[in-house]
Write a protein that binds this ligand. Structure first.
Ligand SMILES: Nc1ncnc2c1ncn2[C@@H]1O[C@H](COP(=O)(O)OP(=O)(O)OP(=O)(O)O)[C@@H](O)[C@H]1O
Length: 261
């Protein structure tokens, strides 16, 4: 079953075409990475998919619902954590989750149980009565993620979710994303680091200059690269993580090899 179906999607800013005629489907329960260098069009695409930026052309369906024709219905099914989440600094972590839950009309008892589970998972339970303004960058990322998950979305969109996380939190995120995908949620995340996509996701779409240039598992794409696909070779070089990301990738790969949880 298709969770996301994008057809002929384009976005033009003035005379600049940031996304060019994009076609893509993501299956239910899939953990999909949209991988590309800075300025490739990842955020523009994710904003169109979440109903925040109107496409110049094309359509986006979430679970068969057109995001731009039935925005309320579609938005009930999705959650989005931008790379710079907008939070309410004068709310506590708990109050923030309560606010999101009220928007989605979640019953109080269900909310309390979910909020408690999520805050424990992300190590925020002891800080949940503190104001968000006192949270570190990583804690803000994590409370935004808890807020996104509070209504149990069918499709979760994450823009550069590992930026600002320490290696341990990144691993918690990875394990949790896998868990929710196993339960049927679909995750669509963006990253500009190849190894992050490789460690966290089932399948990737590589975007460059607003066009998807390759689609498949990283293993499949590496095989293609080996068969003298010059553009993939170039892009793989471009998408390698920096020193800071290397530590994080190391931690993510440990779990892959079953060394630790
Ligand atoms: N509001 C805007 N007006 C004009 N151009 C824009 C606007 N937003 C984005 N762009 C341009 O569109 C292109 C794609 O930007 P986008 O933010 O989607 O890229 P990205 O892949 O998410 O990059 P990054 O990894 O740096 O976040 C870039 O060239 C960017 O400068």
């Amino acid at each position: 079953m298709q969770a996301i179906n994008i057809t002929n999607l384009s976005k033009t800013y003035g005379s600049y075409q940031a996304v060019k005629n994009l076609n893509l489907t993501v299956e239910k329960g899939e953990l999909f990475a949209f991988l590309g260098p800075n300025g490739a069009g990842k955020t523009t695409t994710i904003k169109m998919m979440t109903g925040l930026l109107e496409p110049t052309n094309g359509s986006i369906e979430i679970g068969g619902i057109n995001v731009w024709q039935s925005p309320i219905e579609a938005k009930k099914k999705i959650a989005y954590v931008p790379d710079q989440p907008n939070l309410y600094p004068k709310l506590t972590g708990w109050e923030f989750l309560q606010f999101i839950a009220s928007v989605f009309q979640i019953e109080e008892e269900v909310f309390k149980k979910r909020a408690d589970e999520l805050l424990r998972k992300y190590g925020l339970i002891d800080r949940s009565s503190e104001l968000i303004e006192g949270y570190s960058h990583g804690m803000k990322q994590k409370i935004a993620l808890c807020g996104a998950l509070i209504h149990n979305p069918d499709v979760l969109f994450l823009d550069e979710p590992t930026v600002g996380l320490d290696p341990k939190s990144a691993k918690t995120l990875k394990n949790h994303l896998r868990e929710i995908c196993n339960q049927g949620t679909t995750v669509f995340l963006t990253t500009h680091i190849l190894e992050i996509a490789e460690q966290m996701c089932d399948r990737v779409g590589i975007i460059r200059d607003g066009t998807v240039i390759a689609l498949g598992t990283i293993k499949e794409l590496r095989e293609l690269e080996g068969r003298s696909n010059a553009s993939l070779e170039d892009i793989f070089l471009e998408l390698t993580g920096d020193e800071e990301a290397k530590e994080l990738i190391q931690e993510l790969s440990k779990e892959e090899q079953g060394e630790s949880k």
